[in-house]
Design a protein. Structure first.
Length: 421
């Protein structure tokens, strides 16, 4: 035998004794499809998102947002949330956007929204049908139906209904100019909304005698946009219910019409209303600020052992017409760890040696760490012997397995014993 043969034999024996070794870390936060649910919604009906789609959406929407494209087409609409039992996450709505050769996901949550560039390797949505987004802005008379009303019993000013054909970018602003006295012209900002790839044509109208605390208000209502990222202020407030008339303008957005509010004491107020579309962000547009509770929810840590993989929502229609169904999480087959136990176990995992898995799958088959929208999941194995039980953890996604240290074992085994009783 030559020298080269002996060197190779020695290396092989060394690797066999050392077991599975990898440059990958034992613990790594990542976007895991197991943690998410999601569906696509279209005229053809809903469908459940694939594991790849769920992961790409979460990863892309967590990246750095870019400037909004001015000219683009829109594709599919998707909704992503956390899988049960992580119901503290509000989820987000996503739309596929294409501008020239660039593609984006427009992601929107109750706390933020924006355009996020979609890497070519992650573009699993490119088969979606694309529709060019309108760039102009126009207004025309409309007839209200019951379904158009945000609140069924709203008092609506006659002849005030209009259909707005809106572009998918920029901002919609409604102004009211007080012309009660000829020498006084005060412009009151009443409404503004950022227009996005979710924007569609809407019906606008004026409602009055809307009770808010101790006043009765007159406001411009856009039902489909109401509740979005906007500020709405009353055009006029009265201490008691009053009468309101609307005199239509010349049909252009710049001269929507004149609002005449008559209070119970007979005093009359007049406002000229106009609607404008601008690409510049209005100073009045206030973004929602994160509260302490929101920040805690975004970064909430959960660690648990569970016997089954998380179930995913099936977007199917049931007898009641609901299109979302799914199995609830079986809390009896789960062990929730305390933050102290979780922290110590995480540290033990990071310092344990990598090795090939031995033994059989534990009754508690999975160990999942979750922080915000990221996670780390392992398969759990027990190697039971006469006087000793060793624990092995395997991350099949990254092909990493470890022989858990005695410190980690002494955290897990008492938990298993406690829940076996």
């Amino acid at each position: 035998m030559n020298k080269r043969y002996w060197i190779g034999l020695t290396l092989g024996a060394t690797l066999a004794l050392s077991g599975c070794q990898s440059d990958a870390p034992n613990f790594k936060w990542d976007y895991l499809s197991q943690l998410y649910d999601g569906g696509q919604f279209s005229d053809q009906g809903p469908r459940t998102l694939s594991a790849k789609e769920r992961t790409v959406i979460q990863k892309t929407c967590a990246s750095k947002a870019s400037d909004a494209p001015e000219d683009y087409s829109v594709g599919g609409i998707y909704s992503v949330m956390m899988a049960n039992p992580f119901d503290d996450y509000a989820g987000q709505t996503v739309r596929y956007v294409q501008s020239g050769k660039k593609t984006y996901l427009y992601c929107e949550t109750p706390l933020k929204s924006g355009y996020y560039p979609l890497a070519k390797k992650d573009d699993v949505f490119k088969k979606t049908a694309l529709t060019p987004q309108r760039q102009d802005f126009s207004m025309k008379p409309a007839v209200l139906k019951k379904d158009d009303r945000f609140i069924p019993d709203e008092k609506i000013a006659e002849n005030s209904a209009r259909t707005l054909e809106l572009p998918g970018s920029g901002y919609l602003v409604i102004d009211a100019t007080d012309v009660t006295k000829k020498d006084t012209r005060t412009t009151i900002f009443t409404y503004t909304h950022s227009l996005t790839p979710f924007t569609r044509d809407v019906k606008l109208y004026i409602v009055y005698n809307q009770q808010f605390d101790s006043t009765y208000d007159v406001v411009v209502r856009l039902p489909e946009l109401y509740g979005g990222r906007h500020v709405e202020r009353p055009i006029h407030s009265m201490k008691q219910p009053g009468k309101v008339r609307f005199v239509p303008g010349d049909g252009t957005p710049e001269h929507y019409g004149t609002l005449i509010a008559t209070e119970k004491n007979g005093r009359e107020f007049r406002y000229e209303l106009s609607i404008r579309h601008t690409m510049e962000r209005p100073n009045e547009l206030q973004e929602p600020e994160q509260t302490a509770d929101d920040i805690v929810a975004d970064n909430l840590e959960v660690t648990l052992f569970h016997q089954k993989q998380f179930s995913h929502v099936r977007f199917e229609e049931n007898d009641q017409g609901d299109r979302i169904s799914g199995e609830g999480f079986d809390w009896d087959n789960m062990i929730m760890m305390t933050s102290d136990e979780s922290g110590k176990l995480k540290k033990a995992i990071k310092t344990s040696e990598q090795a090939d898995v031995r033994g059989k799958r534990a009754k508690w088959r999975y160990l999942t760490f979750r922080e915000g929208t990221k996670g780390q999941q392992y398969e759990v194995y027990l190697d039971k012997r006469v006087k000793k039980t060793d624990i092995y953890l395997k991350d099949p996604k990254r092909d990493v397995s470890i022989h858990l240290s005695a410190t980690g074992r002494d955290i897990i085994l008492p938990l298993f014993e406690q829940y076996e009783k």
